[in-house]
Each structure stands twice: as structure tokens, then as C-alpha cells.
Design a protein around this ligand. Sequence first.
Ligand SMILES: Nc1ncnc2c1ncn2[C@@H]1O[C@H](COP(=O)(O)OP(=O)(O)OP(=O)(O)O)[C@@H](O)[C@H]1O
Ligand SMILES: [Mg+2]
Length: 264
Amino acid sequence: MNDLTDNMAVEPGASPEAAQHQGRQPGRLLIEAKGIRRSYKIGDRTLDILHGVDLNLRQGERLCLMGASGSGKTTLLNILGLLDKPTKGQVSVQGLDGWSLSTAKRAELRNNHIGYVFQFYHLFAELNALENTLLPAMLKHGFWAYQARKKQYKERALELLHRFGLEGRLKHRPGKLSGGEQQRVAIARALLLDPPILIADEPTGNLDRATGETVLQLLFQEQEQRNLGLLLVTHDESLASRCDRVLHMEDGIIQSASDQPTPG
Ligand SMILES: Nc1ncnc2c1ncn2[C@@H]1O[C@H](COP(=O)(O)OP(=O)(O)OP(=O)(O)O)[C@@H](O)[C@H]1O
Ligand SMILES: [Mg+2]
């Protein structure tokens, strides 16, 4: 396993954001995955996708996962985020073994501790920006219990959407929002319940460079302020250089981990 989390430092001449991370102590372990394997059965064939992956994510860490298309990045993220069960291996989130919990407890762990951002936003077409942002609270409490807490969540959602420059778009449905705006709504949604972990699968992959940069600034800013553990998949080398640690995946195995080396 390539566990380099105890040496979080940045490359000489690395971006200002990465440099700001210099000297920061790695926080507590948020996700610990060991020996992750994932196979799919297709008819009488078994397709082995992940071949034994170990990975740790710590509080305050920006961890980047890179690799060719089809190498298994999204498959791994879904497993780390407790959305998909590994064929073998263990995923602990906040010290709890995710797949030994009941379905309800696992859902609670996921809802309270992990926010997700996807390449294609995954917003609900029938809900407006504010309603999409509030969705995790509805799912967490159920419709009726949510009604009693609605005021508090609405304030929080509005605060996030204002901060993300979307105050004029609250009633817009996704179809009437630009890609960058949809992704900002998706980030607000991911942060609504204040999770310590943020998992982002190519969050700027569908955006032009300038829009992607705006979204990324926002993501990094939130990561810094909340001291989140951020696990980010990208194909963009320059984006990776702004992370604390980069893992390279090849055919379902993590081949190398580049910790950004200490200056001097
Ligand atoms: N439900 C499934 N059933 C069968 N095969 C699957 C399933 N999901 C993914 N795969 C296969 O697993 C492999 C890895 O897919 P995955 O989506 O994890 O790749 P990726 O690294 O995220 O690629 P990309 O960079 O294009 O997003 C692919 O060959 C894919 O076809
Ligand atoms: Mg993918």
C-alpha cells in the first residue's frame, strides 16, 4: 500500500493553493480502504475490475486519483463512498466498517459523513436549484420530520447558494442553468449536511476551462475552510498538481502515489 499521508507537503513551485497546505498536519483518518476488489458477473463471465486497492483519506487532505478511462476510478469511488459493495475488502468510514453495518446505519453514515459531486451533476430535473440543494436533508429525515426542520435547512441552503453566486437562480430548474451553475448547485447540495468527506468524480470534466476553474476554486475554498478530506478524480494534470497527494490507477491497481515532495 502506498500510504504517504504522513508526509503531506508540496512541490517546489507548486500552485499557491497547494503551497498553502505546506506544513499542515494530516488530520484523523476519515476513510480507510483495504484490499478492495470488485468483479462484475456478465452472463457466465466474471470481469475483474479492481484487483486489491488500499487507500486512506485524512481530514484536511486533498487527494487526487488519476488514471486512464476504464481503469476503475469511478468503481473505486462508489465503493469508498459506500454506494457500491466491494466483492472483497473493507471500507471504514470514520472508523466504522461500512459493509458490516445494517443498510439503515450505512445510509446514516453515508448521509452524515460523505458529500458527492459528479461529472454530470446528477440534479433532479423537476426540482429547482434550492430544492435540489435541500434534497439530502429530506432524504436524511424523511418528508414529515424534514418539515419540522425545514427553516433551519433552508437558511443553510440559501447561505451556500448565495456564497456560490446563485442567489438569482434559486427557482431555476437544472434545464435553465448553465453547466457551471448546475455544478455549483451540486456542490451546495453535497455540503448541505456539512460532511467531513467530499468525493468528486471529474467535477470539472464537463466544463470549459474558465468555468471549470471557477468551480474548482469554490471546491478548494470549501475544502480549506471546512478542513474537508477531498477525494478528487481528474484527467487534468494541472489540477492534480494542486492536490496534496496523487494516486495513479492502472487496470484496477494503484500503481504509484506521488506525494508532492518537500521544498528544499
Ligand atoms: N455495472 C457494471 N457492469 C459491468 N462492468 C462495469 C460496470 N461498471 C463499470 N464496469 C466496467 O469497469 C471498468 C471500469 O469502469 P470505471 O467507470 O470505474 O472507469 P473509470 O476509470 O472511471 O473511467 P473514466 O475515466 O472513463 O470515467 C470499465 O471497463 C467498465 O466497463
Ligand atoms: Mg469514471
